[in-house]
Ligand binder design. Structure first.
Ligand code: SF4
Length: 886
């Protein structure tokens, strides 16, 4: 029997510890939360719990390929090195670039950054973390002199007021949300405020919800600063301001007009609610402000971050247990990327290009004669430069910019026109690998070995569970091999991730002397065995803090030249482009509960696809009526940059004038589901983070001639309908379809898609056809085992897919099931689960409703006891509560 291995979840910045039991012979994996890991103490969300379902080898990139031809490592690496060298020789070092990812391990990131900035001599190494938290990095740097997250998760248990700002924590950082929920259950006096234009699942535990107008957060927090300092008895902390900060008077002056009436009008908030929030902040000792992409993804994201930090500095609510601003990072290793300098304006180990001494110091440490001397291109500018032909060779590592970057159609064109595109990934078919000239198979999560750092600065080990798939290699190995072929053998001698980690740790302490916050020099000499056994530890880890440090700034010392924190005077700005008569609605984008990024891994797990199976657009009932949109119909959403198709969800959780679409769908899973195509490319002038939360759009009904769905035991090979979505289920694939012309022969059309329609001696067809009404239904069984189901109609009147879907796990169907197939509804007396609410235990809406009615269940705990729903990760508790309420 194998022993469980402690590792880390590869999804969000909570950085949950996992205990994994791997069975190499069957390639199976049992997952549970690591009860000893301080980030989660055994909890996992639906995504983490389903990791064992995502490790299949089907769909993996298993061998290197060049120009579409599989080859060996030597040829692929030689080609990458040669092309990069020849491009640099002809056009200079800034003609090449690396675009990395918060999915890379710290060791991978370190080597990539060292190659580009230290030895190629260009700053053109940027990362998808630019899209996620670069405004927080810039805000921290301006206020604290360093990119420091002051607090830790433990503060959630100490806080008396927790403010969630632009963060659907319940879905995007579910385990932290569960921790907040538990803290509130333990301490009923803990108050929760949610500030978000969208009423999300996070409002489930809110004592106060402020539906702030999109983009107006800086007004809100300038107003708070004004409120704290106003009147004859200000609620600021004058001695803290005096001893530990600078710039208060200027920040206050900038907020002088932000009285409560003005702010309420600007933010379109109820004045009494606003006052209540301000009063709670003013009168509560321990306040945590948790914020994420709703703040960061803005053309004034850095100012918004500093507007929040200003309020904490003015009251001294920072660096103490239960107090402080806290940036929730999106990705598992966004923080690790920041440590090594993964953003193009950073150098390494929290040193950057703004300081000549830093450049000299890093050059000496690396032994580099050609270190870059200025920042490189940030993500949006980088892909613009590729589009313009200025960057001629790019290496994309573990990310999918054709989907995730704003103005994504232009990104696609940029890569289509680029002379040389290298993509390292563990997945074979992504929207980005489709455009790579060289594909390099990287190890996947369950094969990689190294470290990651979560939102609270905690470094954890990610450990290999399986042998690498096919010819897959660690990213650090791939990069080092190219570096050696480019002539930098001496600087890239690495044989293990431990060796790289030691070098990274040594650089963090090199000539540091307490000047830089990031210092893990205590790890500079650790042995391979110590590295293998490394326990989750919060940096800094040095001679002063050999066991790590939970909170910084508890001593009132900051990393600015004066040692004092800086207030930043904030003049709130409107988003880059406001709605107008052509594009009257504001598009907001974000994550779903059960999907991760561009679905390359989560869409493999059938149970994660059931909660929200199709791209959708949420719209307020008033707007739905205005634009003639019916619930569950299809709509086209258009911006000045692109368009997409999505299913209409009518909900008053949206404000009138706002729509929301999820960020996940790609061309691999939907014909027109890439939200990145819509998003405007405006960026924050300081952080260069794109404004993904505010794009003017218009919406109109898309009325196809027919709609339908196919459930097929086998993946379809060619889908010709205008609109399609592919959803992997348990032993089947589901396709939602719509098209502008009805097939003359539906069966023939289905055959062309790759649906198994071949009559054999053992096959049995059931068909129903009404050509006048455009209705067609068919089901095929082989030896009484369901093979495929086809439903087509001119209207959109279809049964839910849940019962039909459940039949694919059955070896044979009984007579009543076979008879009911073409109705799509279960036979009398057979329960239908309805759409899945609890992904962990596969509990559907109908099952929960029936249990509530028949058993008189009153609370979500009752539902949990009865059905287990909501008792694992708890992410579905808000929806269970909604069902109870209804
Ligand atoms: Fe993974 Fe979920 Fe934990 Fe995030 S909250 S690290 S996705 S288990």
């Amino acid at each position: 029997m194998n022993k469980p291995i402690s590792t880390t979840c590869p999804y969000c910045g909570v950085g949950c510890g996992i205990s994994a039991l791997a069975d190499e012979s069957n390639h199976r994996l049992l997952i549970k939360g690591d009860s000893s890991h301080p980030a989660n103490f055994g909890r996992l969300c639906s995504k983490g719990s389903a990791l064992g379902d995502t490790i299949e080898l089907k769909g993996r990139l298993l061998k290197p390929s060049v120009y579409g031809r599989e080859t060996n490592w030597a040829e692929a690496l030689d080609l990458v090195a040669d092309k990069f060298l020849s491009t640099i020789e002809t056009y200079g070092p800034d003609s090449v670039a690396i675009y990395g990812s918060g999915q890379l391990l710290t060791e991978d990131y370190y080597v990539a950054n060292k190659l580009m900035k230290g030895f190629i001599g260009s700053g053109n190494m940027d990362t998808n973390s630019r899209l996620c938290m670069s405004s927080s990095v810039a805000g921290h740097k301006r206020a604290f002199g360093a990119d420091t997250v002051p607090g830790c998760y433990e503060d959630l248990e100490h806080a008396e007021l927790i403010i969630l700002i632009g963060s659907n924590t319940a879905w995007c950082h579910p385990v932290s949300f569960q921790r907040i929920r538990a803290a509130k259950e333990t301490n009923p006096l803990l108050k929760i405020v949610v500030i978000d234009p969208r009423r999300t699942a996070s409002c489930d535990i809110a004592d106060l919800y402020l539906p702030v107008a999109s983009g107006s957060d800086a007004w809100l927090f300038n107003g708070l600063l004004h409120y704290l300092s106003a009147g004859c008895a200000p609620r600021t902390n004058p001695s803290y301001i005096e001893q530990h900060t600078e710039g208060y008077a200027e920040a206050l002056a900038a907020a002088e007009n932000a009285d409560i009436d003005q702010v309420a009008a600007q933010c379109r908030l109820n004045k009494e609610d606003l006052q209540r929030f301000y009063e709670w902040f003013a009168t509560t000792d321990k306040v945590m402000s948790l914020y994420s992409q709703g703040i960061n993804q803005s053309s004034s994201g850095t100012d918004k971050v500093n507007a929040i930090i200003n309020c904490h500095l003015a009251t001294g609510k920072i660096g103490k247990p239960g107090s402080g601003p806290f940036s929730l990072t999106g990705q598992p290793n966004a923080m690790g990327g920041r440590e090594v300098g993964g953003l193009s304006h950073q150098l390494a180990a929290h040193m950057d290009f703004s300081n000549a001494d830093d450049i000299d110091r890093v050059a000496r440490f690396w032994g580099s004669q050609q270190i870059a001397s200025k920042p490189g291109l940030a993500a949006v500018d980088l892909f613009n430069a590729i589009y313009d032909g200025k960057v001629k060779a790019v290496w994309i590592m573990g990310t999918n910019p054709v989907v995730s970057l704003p103005n994504a159609d232009k990104v696609k064109l940029a890569l289509q026109g680029c002379e040389f595109v290298v993509v390292s990934d563990c997945i074979a078919n992504t929207d980005t690998t489709a455009l790579g000239h060289v594909l390099l198979p990287a190890q996947g999560w369950s094969e990689k070995d190294g470290t990651v750092t979560n939102s609270e600065r905690r470094i954890s080990r990610q450990r290999a569970l399986f042998q690498p798939a096919g010819k897959a290699k660690p990213d650090w190995w791939i990069i080092s091999q190219v570096a050696r072929r480019m002539g930098f053998e001496a600087a890239f001698p690495y044989q293990s991730s431990a060796e790289i980690f030691r070098e990274h740790a040594a650089l963090s302490g090199f000539e540091n002397n307490g000047q830089r916050d990031f210092d893990i020099s205590a790890f500079a000499d650790i042995s391979v065995q110590e590295y293998d056994q490394l326990q989750p530890t919060q940096w800094p880890v040095n001679q002063h803090y050999p066991q790590g440090r939970a909170r910084l700034f508890d001593d009132g010392k900051f990393y600015t030249p004066s040692g004092k924190a800086q207030f930043i005077a904030i003049s709130p700005r409107f988003p880059g482009r406001l709605p107008d008569k052509d594009y009257p609605l504001i598009l907001n984008t974000g994550r779903l509960r059960d999907q991760w990024h561009t679905m390359t891994r989560t869409a493999i797990a059938a149970k994660l696809n059931q909660h929200k199976p199709e791209p959708f657009v949420e719209i307020h009932p008033v707007d739905a009526a205005r634009y003639d949109l019916l619930a569950d119909s299809l709509a086209s959403i258009e911006s000045a940059w692109g368009s997409m198709l999505a299913r209409v969800h009518v909900t008053d959780s949206q404000q009138p004038g706002n729509v929301f679409v999820p960020m996940h769908w790609t061309a691999q899973y939907a014909s027109h589901g890439r939200m990145g195509a819509l998003v405007n490319p405006f960026v924050d002038p300081i952080s260069k983070q794109p404004e993904s939360k505010h794009t003017p759009v218009r919406i109109k009904s898309y009325q196809p001639v027919w709609q339908g769905f196919i459930l097929s035991r086998h993946e379809l090979t060619s889908i010709s309908s205008e609109y399609w979505v592919k959803i992997k289920g348990d032993q089947f694939y589901r396709y939602e379809l719509a098209a502008d012309s009805i097939p003359e022969d539906c069966l023939e059309w289905a055959k062309e898609t790759g649906c198994n329609t071949h009559d054999t001696a053992s096959s049995l067809w059931q068909k129903y056809q009404d050509p006048a009404q455009g209705n067609y239904r068919a089901a095929m069984l082989i030896d009484n085992r369901l093979e495929s189901v086809i439903f087509i109609a001119k209207n959109n009147q279809f049964p839910q897919r849940s019962w039909l879907s459940s039949l694919f796990v059955k070896a044979t169907l009984d007579k009543s099931e076979r008879m009911a197939l073409l109705t799509g509804l279960p036979p009398e007396g057979t329960p239908d689960t309805g759409k899945i609410i609890c992904a962990c235990f596969n509990v559907g809406e109908q099952t929960i409703k029936t249990a509530i009615q028949k058993q008189g269940l009153k609370t979500h705990q009752d539902v949990g006891r009865c059905l287990k729903a909501g008792t694992n990760c708890g992410s579905c508790v808000p929806e269970i509560k909604t069902l109870l309420a209804s």
